[in-house]
Ligand binder design. Structure first.
Ligand SMILES: Nc1ncnc2c1ncn2[C@@H]1O[C@H](COP(=O)(O)OP(=O)(O)OP(=O)(O)O)[C@@H](O)[C@H]1O
Length: 258
């Protein structure tokens, strides 16, 4: 992606009843510059950590790369496609998994129903579906007859990953896959992602507030702050000498981890 920019138009809300009533009649808007001239390229099979403080622009970037949002400016190609054109063949080759909402749709469905729904939606041949399901079931310890609404946070994340991986996407956008999970569940997800990447050669862009996720899975790190790129390079080379600012940023994220 090249010189990506994104601004949101957000309503201004002042405190107090008077202001709230006033805003019903006459809305004021401000522009939030979420991304400002961000450029990077990720090669096939790379696993890249994408980190930065709250509001840095990580989710916005992922939404653009997976075709959910149209940027204000800039050029983006993912697998040679323009994501926001949302062409069906492109959408079948990528997956976007959000730790904050891993499984959407009707919560009355069972895990198996949801996977079957994905099979139809993504047009997966039955033999491929069965094979992938067998693999995922073992690795993610899925209980297929459970209803989605009865799942714990960790189970929900494992099902979210299974729903994304059942159609074998080549590119994975993982946004906070271990958010809210306890240490054991987070480590389990981390191990699964590492195994998956090793066996399939998938390309991964991963955001996480847990530095452990990033250090254990990614050799390359992209740091973003206030919509701007602060560092892009090997994790091992991120030192105070190279970029004191980036090192400070990383240290502040480590603090949040503790
Ligand atoms: N729909 C929206 N309308 C207005 N502003 C938005 C919207 N979505 C995001 N923003 C703003 O854009 C900026 C970047 O947000 P984004 O969610 O991409 O950051 P982030 O790095 O993913 O943060 P976090 O770590 O908190 O998830 C923030 O200032 C945020 O408030």
């Amino acid at each position: 992606m090249d010189e990506l920019a994104m601004s949101y138009r957000a309503p201004v809300r002042n405190g107090g009843l008077r202001a709230a009533l006033g805003s019903l009649v006459r809305r004021e808007y401000k522009t939030v510059q979420a991304l400002d001239q961000v450029s990077f390229t990720i090669g096939k099979g790379e696993v890249v950590g994408f980190i930065g403080p709250n509001g840095a622009g990580k989710t916005t970037t992922m939404k653009i790369l997976s075709g959910i949002l149209h940027p204000t400016a800039g050029r983006v190609a993912v697998l040679g496609d323009t994501p926001w054109q949302r062409r069906a063949p492109f959408l079948k080759r990528i997956a976007f998994v959000r730790g904050s909402q891993p499984v959407g749709g009707s919560q009355e469905l069972t895990v198996m129903d949801s996977l079957e729904y994905q099979r139809l939606l993504y047009d997966v041949a039955r033999p491929d579906f069965r094979r992938t399901l067998d693999e995922l079931q073992q690795l993610l310890d899925l209980q297929l007859d459970r209803q989605l609404r009865a799942l714990s946070l960790g189970e929900r994340m494992r099902v979210g990953l299974a729903m994304a991986l059942i159609y074998r996407p080549e590119v994975l956008f993982l946004d906070e896959p271990s958010i809210g999970l306890d240490v054991t569940a987070a480590a389990q997800i981390r191990r699964f992602i590492a195994d998956h990447v090793r066996t399939t050669g998938a390309t991964v862009l991963l955001t996480s507030h847990y530095v452990a996720d990033v250090t254990s899975l990614c050799e390359r790190l992209i740091l973003i702050d206030q919509g701007k790129l602060a560092y892009d390079g090997p994790f091992a080379e991120l030192s105070a000498r190279l970029s004191p600012y980036a090192a400070d940023l990383l240290e502040s994220l480590r603090e949040e981890d503790r």
